[in-house]
Design a protein around this ligand. Structure first.
Ligand SMILES: Nc1ncnc2c1ncn2[C@@H]1O[C@H](COP(=O)(O)OP(=O)(O)OP(=O)(O)O)[C@@H](O)[C@H]1O
Length: 251
C-alpha cells in the first residue's frame, strides 16, 4: 500500500536530510506507529505519502502508483484515497459537525443523497451519533478529533494518516481516539499514526517504526515506544554468602 525504496528528502542542502535512505513497506490493512523525536522526519514521511513534497532521491509508491511519475492532475485522485488527521483537528469553525463531514464529500463530487446517507453512518462509527447539529466549539477536544476522523474516513479512503492525533488530548481521551483508529483499521483501512505518545504505543502493541535523524532505526512487530520497553526481565539473582564462586555477586 505504501512503499519507500531508499527514499531521501533534503529540504536544505546544507543541513542533514529530513529522511535519509528510508526503505519501508506498509502492507494493505496494517496499523503502524511512526515514532521518533521532534525533527526525526515523521511529518516529512507523511507529506511524501501525500505527494505534498517530492523525494529528493529514491522511489515512493502509494496505492499502486509511483509518485515521482504521477502527473500533477492525478494528485487529487491520489489524495482521495488518503484520509488525514492532525493534532489541531482543523475543523471549519462556522460549520456544524454534519456540515464539516458533508463538506469533505461535496468537494469530491458526491451527490446530496449519497452525502445525506453517509454522514450519519460515519458519525455513528466515530461515536458522535446525534451530535451532527453541534458547532465545533460546542464539543470537547476528543469529540472534535472524532469529527476530524469522521471527515477523513467519510470518503472510504484506503489509507488513513494521523499526525500526532492525540497531541492535544488527555490520556483517557487519547486512548479512545487511538482505539477508534484501530476500529477503522479493522474495517480494512491502512493506518499510519505518527506519535510521541509513549503510553498509547505501549498499550496498543502494534507495529512500531522508529526514526532517528531521518533514518529508520527500528521496525518492530507489536513494539513499544522504546526498544525493549516490556522485556521479559529475569528474576534477580540472590547473592549467596556460602557460594564460593560468588554467583550473583555484583561486579
Ligand atoms: N519545509 C521545510 N523546510 C526546511 N526544513 C524542513 C521543512 N520541514 C521539515 N524540515 C526539517 O526536516 C527535519 C524533519 O522534520 P519533520 O517535521 O519531518 O519532523 P517530525 O519528526 O515530524 O517532527 P515533529 O514531531 O516536531 O513534528 C527537521 O530537521 C526539520 O527542521
Amino acid at each position: 500500500m505504501i512503499r519507500f525504496d531508499h527514499v531521501t528528502k533534503t529540504y536544505d542542502p546544507t543541513a542533514r536530510p529530513a529522511l535519509d535512505a528510508v526503505d519501508l513497506e506498509v502492507a494493505r490493512g496494517e496499523f503502524v506507529f511512526l515514532v521518533g523525536a521532534s525533527g526525526s522526519g515523521k511529518s516529512t514521511f507523511l507529506r511524501l505519502v501525500l505527494k505534498e513534497e517530492a523525494a529528493t532521491s529514491g522511489v515512493v509508491h502509494v496505492a499502486g502508483k509511483e509518485l515521482g511519475r504521477l502527473s500533477s492532475w492525478k494528485v487529487p485522485h491520489l489524495r482521495r484515497q488518503i484520509g488525514v488527521v492532525f493534532q489541531d483537528f482543523r475543523l471549519l469553525p462556522g460549520k456544524t459537525v454534519h456540515q464539516n463531514v458533508a463538506f469533505a464529500l461535496q468537494v469530491v463530487g458526491r451527490s446530496r443523497a449519497a452525502i445525506n446517507a453517509t454522514v450519519p453512518e460515519v458519525l455513528e462509527l466515530v461515536g458522535l451519533d446525534g451530535k451532527g447539529g453541534r458547532l465545533p466549539h460546542e464539543l470537547s477536544g476528543g469529540e472534535q478529533q472524532r469529527v476530524a476522523i469522521a471527515r477523513a474516513v467519510a470518503g472510504g479512503p484506503a489509507i488513513l494518516l494521523a499526525d500526532e492525533p492525540t497531541g492535544n488530548l488527555d490520556p483517557t481521551t487519547s486512548l479512545g481516539i487511538t482505539r477508534l483508529l484501530e476500529t477503522i483499521n479493522g474495517r480494512g483501512t491502512t493506518v499510519v499514526m505518527a506519535t510521541h505518545d509513549d503510553d498509547i504505543v505501549d498499550s496498543m502493541r502494534k507495529r512500531v517504526v522508529e526514526l532517528v535523524d531521518g533514518r529508520v532505526v527500528r521496525d518492530e512487530r507489536q513494539g513499544g515506544y522504546v526498544t525493549g520497553t516490556m522485556p521479559v526481565v529475569p528474576p534477580p539473582v540472590e547473592a549467596d554468602e556460602d557460594d564460593d564462586e560468588g554467583r550473583g555477586a555484583t561486579a
